[in-house]
Design a protein around this ligand. Structure first.
Ligand code: HEC
Ligand code: HEC
Length: 596
């Protein structure tokens, strides 16, 4: 699973005080939590050393696996802090076993716990011994960097609350989906360890106080995870609604009543969200160019008009809505739309725009970092609209109605023209208004148990469990936007064939055409499954006509599973062995993701 090369940094709106000032007065919970964390990092070190001794001492496979599982549990205890404060190191400690790419383009070989897992499971082979020794040494070095960091910084109470909440979101989106231990499959045990540790951390705040039910919610969640350890029989829907959500709701209440000073970020997941399913959990402005371009009603209305107006195309014959039809979930129902000359087709299938604004990067190959960049790219694309933003802006300025609308929507300027960024931002604002996280699934997660039936719930549980869909289509956006920070979006190689009859790999290179790294060949953004019942045909090339075909493709292990030659597929090529009933349940669930 590839870091898309675009890690979008958040910008601060309000800065309370400098982050890690050394002059901070001693504050009891923060000090205790920090000291405990340092001790836990030492235990992780001890486990890594045990693992090294076991490898050197030629321990048996079972012994090695046991020490390894213990090491993972030790990491789970510090995960809440490591992921929050040192994400650039923790991605090497427990990131997916694929190369990591920096913004600079520098590539790091896969390393960390998940690589080690791959060398110990399903079977340990002595030929991996040398690699294991190198891997564990690297792991110890990375953990040492985490320790150095925590020794140097002060933690703030609000950060602890924020980090603990994100860890709970991590557990319900990734932990129980088996995201980071696909082979050792101890997901529920590991998640239980994380939750128990969260309880211990929060005990520093809840003693002798009204804790808004936090302690008992954490205890109940840990108990449930400890009692229900079988991965394929786990019930994520029940766990999230009865145990996961109550934890973060209590935590948010406790935080609100503690009156802690908080530094606010402009980030995609609102800091105030008490669950991932709150009506306003996600912030549409997170990826706007800057605060002066945040969404307003006037900008949305203007963008809506522009969206349907052919004025933006070079031939004045085509608007955005020609391909993104509002009554078809903003797609067109075609395999590929025709190009502007009317003679050929454009390169890819038209994607939905519903909830598209909640992505840190856009297009199947993630080449646009904002909706504004994307609007520019589409208008100026020779095949799609063959327009010119500057000429369009001039034309719009000459039109009395548009001139008034732009002046009203962007008032703080003495204007003599319309700025191209304003045109792009108006379109972007309209797309930012197309957030529809209001499906029956969302209603269920918000507590309406009647919103989904048994078949659909079984489908959700398969999606998060046996069928492994949730390890790429992350909840709750169901695309590659990576929880719980939601600040990067991932691309994957699933081996989409050229056509239904020609089972060779589709020649579209995906991310590789933007950044020619070998593992980016045929990698595409993980698109959303929300509204998929309305967005056929599927995949970047529109090869599949029905959801049944999509499920069959995954059931066989994607392209590689079907015998297509693709040596870097990130989707496991092992068949899923779904029964006919299970396939139907998955599709029923996908239909429950339709927006209202
Ligand atoms: C000819 C058909 C066509 C027209 C016209 C068109 N689009 Fe698109 N749109 C596409 C296709 C195809 C893609 C995917 C392209 C890719 O990923 O390389 C796309 C992608 C997008 C995306 C990115 C979605 C995502 O999730 O990554 C947005 C946003 C978008 N279009 C908005 C617009 C806007 C705004 C306009 C008008 C200025 C427009 N489109 C005009 C076909 C079209
Ligand atoms: C290894 C990661 C991965 C896994 C696991 C995965 N997907 Fe996907 N999915 C993707 C990627 C990447 C795409 C986009 C591929 C493309 O456009 O070529 C995609 C596309 C889709 C689409 C098409 C969306 C559209 O509008 O075109 C659907 C539907 C879908 N997946 C459903 C599922 C289901 C159901 C499962 C579980 C059985 C699943 N996926 C498992 C990565 C994954």
């Amino acid at each position: 699973m590839f870091r898309a090369g675009l890690i979008i940094s958040v910008f601060l709106i309000i800065t309370g005080y400098s982050f890690f000032s050394a002059t901070k007065p001693a504050d009891i919970p923060e000090q205790i939590i920090k000291q405990r964390l340092l001790l836990q990092i030492d235990s992780l070190f001890a486990d890594i050393h045990n693992l090294q001794s076991a490898i050197n001492g030629k321990a048996t496979q079972t012994e090695l696996q046991q020490v390894f599982l213990h090491t993972r549990l030790s990491y789970k205890k510090i995960e809440w802090a490591a992921e929050y404060f040192t994400p650039n190191i923790s991605r090497f400690v427990n990131g997916p076993p694929v190369p990591e790419v920096e913004l600079s383009g520098q590539v790091f070989d896969p390393r960390g716990l998940q690589v080690i897992e791959g060398e110990l499971y399903p079977k340990y082979n002595l030929k991996y011994r040398k690699q294991l020794i190198a891997q564990t040494k690297q792991l110890a070095d990375d953990v040492a960097d985490i320790k150095t960091y925590f020794k140097k910084i002060d933690l703030y109470n609000w950060q602890v609350f924020d980090a603990i909440k994100l860890e709970m979101f991590r557990i319900i989106t990734l932990g129980i989906a088996g995201f980071d231990d696909p082979l050792s499959e101890n997901s529920m045990g590991e998640s239980a360890t994380s939750v128990i540790n969260l309880k211990d951390v929060m005990a520093n705040y809840t003693q002798n106080k009204n804790d808004y039910g936090l302690n008992s919610a954490l205890t109940a969640a840990a108990n449930y995870l400890q009692k229900n350890t079988a991965f394929n029989n786990f019930n994520p829907a029940l766990f999230i609604t009865r145990y996961g959500n109550p934890v973060t709701i209590s935590l948010t209440k406790l935080q609100q009543h503690s009156n802690l000073p908080v530094v606010k970020y402009n980030r995609l997941l609102n800091q105030s969200a008490s669950t991932l399913f709150d009506k306003d959990a996600f912030n549409v402005n997170a990826y706007a160019p800057s605060p002066e371009y945040f969404v307003t009603d006037k900008r949305i209305a203007l963008g809506k008009k522009l969206f349907a107006d052919p004025v933006l195309s070079g031939t004045a014959s085509r608007s955005c809505a020609s391909c993104h039809k509002p009554n078809m979930a903003f797609t067109d129902g075609l395999v590929k739309n025709i190009d502007i000359t009317g003679k050929g087709t454009i390169a890819r299938n038209t994607p939905t725009l519903l909830n598209a604004a909640l992505q840190p990067a856009l297009f199947y190959d993630l080449r646009a970092a904002s909706l504004e960049d994307q609007a520019l790219a589409v208008v100026q694309s020779k095949t799609e609209m063959h327009g010119d933003m500057k000429i369009s802006a001039t034309k719009l300025w000459q039109d009395k109605q548009y001139r008034e609308l732009f002046t009203a929507a962007y008032p703080n300027k003495s204007r003599t023209a319309i700025d191209t960024l304003e045109v792009m931002n108006a379109l972007g604002s309209y797309i930012r208004s197309l957030i529809t996280l209001n499906s029956r699934f969302d209603q269920y997660m918000q507590g309406n148990e009647k919103a989904m039936n048994r078949t659909e719930l079984n489908g959700f549980n398969l999606f998060m469990g046996k069928a492994r869909c949730g390890t790429c289509h992350y909840m709750p956006l169901f695309n590659g936007t990576f929880p719980p920070k939601f600040n990067r979006i991932e691309a994957e190689v699933i081996g989409v064939p050229k056509s239904k009859t020609d089972k060779s790999i589709d020649p579209d290179m995906g991310l590789y055409a933007i950044q020619p790294l070998p593992h980016y060949k045929y990698a595409f953004k993980t698109t959303t499954v929300r509204n998929a019942a309305q967005t056929a045909p599927y995949m970047h090339n529109g090869v599949f006509t029905t959801l049944e075909e999509v499920i069959d493709f995954y059931n066989k292990g994607g392209g590689a599973g079907e015998g297509i030659r693709v040596n870097n597929q990130t989707l496991t090529a092992t068949p899923l062995h779904l029964t006919e009933k299970e396939k139907k349940e998955l599709i029923a669930f996908i239909k429950a993701l339709d927006s209202k």
